[in-house]
Write a protein that binds this ligand. Structure first.
Ligand SMILES: [Zn+2]
Length: 195
């Protein structure tokens, strides 16, 4: 079964007559696939040994691929949020982003929200241009989950969070609301467009 799974998971390259690749680079590609298959079988063998007789290599392979797919979906949602909320002065349109993501414009819009915008800020250290400031209300349903408990505008990731209690709600140009403390308010002001 393991070699069957390896063959499905790592298919051999197909040589066509119109293919411009030389036979040498084709051989290299074949060698690469053989190597990948061997590593795949080896890691399944190791997992089998570690988990005992209850281990199912077919189900484990499917679960692995589902995890890869979920991770790719997460990254796509974050990249959509980035293109929409962080690229200035002209954010990508939902049409353009949707085309790249194989989504309708409204589907692209639904694919991310405040949590994704905040997550992009955490991963990159960036903050989108701000547009509005209000008093902080942790009960505000328009706030993302992270912004209900901490200063998300202040940067730093969730392991290195701003320790100061939020006092303001900052709204960026994409309409996403952030929690902001007194210390980080100057950064909001600095990011305001000058006239
Ligand atoms: Zn702060």
């Amino acid at each position: 079964m393991l070699t069957d799974l390896a063959a499905i998971r790592h298919p051999m390259p197909v040589a066509t007559e119109h293919d411009e690749t030389t036979s040498e680079s084709f051989d290299i590609a074949v060698a690469g696939v053989e190597e990948a298959r061997a590593a795949f079988v080896e890691s399944l063998d190791a997992a089998w040994e570690a988990s005992g007789p209850g281990f199912d290599p077919l189900l484990a392979t499917i679960e692995d691929l589902v995890a890869v797919k979920k991770d790719a979906d997460t990254q796509i949602r974050l990249l959509l949020a980035y293109g929409r909320a962080y690229v200035a002065p002209r954010p990508y349109t939902l049409e353009t982003l949707g085309q790249a993501a194989d989504l309708s414009p409204s589907g692209a819009s639904r694919a991310f929200g405040a949590d994704e915008v905040v997550e992009v800020g955490d991963r990159t250290g960036l903050r989108p241009p701000a547009a509005k400031i209000e008093d902080y209300d942790p009960q505000d349903p328009r706030l993302g989950q992270a912004s209900r408990t901490r200063c998300t505008w202040g940067g730093g990731d969730r392991n290195n969070r701003c320790p100061t209690h939020p006092k303001y709600t900052v709204t960026d140009k994409s309409g996403t609301r952030w929690a902001c403390c007194d210390d980080h308010l100057p950064r909001y002001l600095a990011s305001r467009p000058t006239r």
